[in-house]
Design a protein around this ligand. Sequence first.
Ligand SMILES: [Zn+2]
Length: 153
Amino acid sequence: MNGSILSGGSTHIRYQHYHFPRLIQVVCPNCLNPAKLTHCDAPEAIAHFIDTDFENRNWIFFCTNCVKRETKNWTEIPALKLLNKIEIRQELIWAWNADHLDYIIGLLSGNEIKDHKWSFFKAYINKNWFTKTKNISDINKLKTMREANSFHL
Ligand SMILES: [Zn+2]
């Protein structure tokens, strides 16, 4: 499962906090194009939310390329590969979606947007990400990924 959502200690996910993104960008296992997972009950206006009943919720998988649609339980989601992930100096940097990545880029480049809708997730960010992205070229790799994947939001 290397590179999947549950790919070990290099991630900053804390599942026990019951805090979930509304939208997760993933790679379609069927055609390898960008696809989306959307929480079935979360209002479209919010980016993330607390769901203490998450085990009973469904997520909708949809790929606009191969038009595969599927209902998934949270337990099935870690098997999918995140779209927004990149290895920089042996460190896997990832985000739930391009908006989340936008916040991370700001933070890592010293231009944090304090009232960003993803600032709640600041505490989840791996400290290694700061030391591994000191060069402008590293930040630019993240920006390139964000630009490419913002299109698919
Ligand atoms: Zn597909």
